[in-house]
Design a protein around this ligand. Structure first.
Ligand SMILES: C[S@@+](CC[C@H](N)C(=O)[O-])C[C@H]1O[C@@H](n2cnc3c(N)ncnc32)[C@H](O)[C@@H]1O
Length: 269
């Protein structure tokens, strides 16, 4: 029996109690491998990377923080779940050859990061976090406030449209039709409580003075395969396919995750 964890007062789901489940079902599985491979492929194309300091919000098990640190960025990783943060710290120390002091850690939710690490930051990563918040729209304002003029925000969200399609494919037709796609955020389930549609990202960006510079779909094909790609040559072919179509219309729109680069314009005199 796993303990039941509740949502916070703000309606957010911190990942306490989910370290094992999250690491097993995502990062020790082909889908996590593919997600990391796609981020490794896309981030250098979509971001102007110049070893800027990076704020990684809701950094989870720490993969993205390690990726930036290995490329010479000084990183501050924030995460509200003490269990996730401890896991990340330990993994950074044991399994990664990172320069000393490459990563600072802050246990805090996005909503209070501004009190402890106001920046403003030239580069912020916020990957797969908004869908775990009760009020993702408000979070975009916090992100915009933390970003320096001229700065870049790498935002990745769980795609509501892809969730509808995968429910239909699995035979959950009524669920797809009623559009009640949200998870409850309790127990060990990893269906997000606030899956997000592309139009929402566009609207919320506009509301907060952010410009959508580029977008890509992550895992555009993988979740829909009738036979999983298991053999190494099949995995390689799938990765090549994902790379080829991740930024092409209409394929990117049905990626399990949508990855954006948003920028904050320089303030005018
Ligand atoms: C799906 S995980 C993503 C982790 C990591 N960014 C990644 O891409 O692997 C979602 C993370 O968001 C965190 N989270 C939940 N509520 C949050 C909040 N209010 N502020 C910041 N992070 C939050 C959770 O604790 C969890 O570690």
């Amino acid at each position: 029996m796993h303990p039941r964890y509740e949502l916070t007062q703000a309606g957010d789901r911190y990942f306490d109690g989910l370290v094992d489940k999250f690491s097993r079902s995502l990062y020790q599985a082909p889908r996590g491998e593919l997600r990391l491979a796609m981020l490794d492929y896309l981030l250098p194309q979509m971001l102007n990377l110049q070893q800027q300091t990076v704020l990684d919000i809701g950094g989870g098990l720490g993969q993205q923080a390690a990726w930036f640190a290995k490329r010479g960025h000084r990183v501050t990783m924030t995460e509200p779940s003490g269990e996730m943060l401890d896991h990340a710290k330990n993994w950074h120390r044991v399994a990664n050859e990172l320069p000393d002091n490459a990563i600072d850690y802050l246990q805090a939710p996005l909503q209070t990061v501004g009190q402890f690490a106001p920046g403003p930051w030239p580069l912020i990563a916020c990957h797969a976090v908004l869908e775990w918040l009760g009020e993702p729209r408000l979070a975009m304002q916090s992100l915009a406030d933390l970003l320096a003029p001229g700065g870049q925000l790498s935002l990745m969200v769980f795609n509501r449209d892809a969730l509808r399609l995968s429910n239909a494919i699995k035979g959950n037709l009524q669920k797809a039709l009623s559009d009640q796609l949200e998870g409850q955020g309790r127990g060990q389930r990893l269906t997000p409580i606030s899956p997000i549609a592309h139009d929402q990202v566009v609207q919320w960006s506009e509301e907060n003075g952010l410009v959508v510079e580029s977008v890509a779909g992550i895992r555009v094909f993988q979740d829909y395969l009738r036979q999983p790609a298991v053999a190494p040559h099949e995995r390689d072919t799938l990765l090549a396919l994902e790379k080829r179509y991740c930024r092409q219309d209409p394929h990117w729109r049905l990626g399990r995750y949508l990855l954006y680069t948003l920028s904050k314009p320089e303030t005018r005199e």
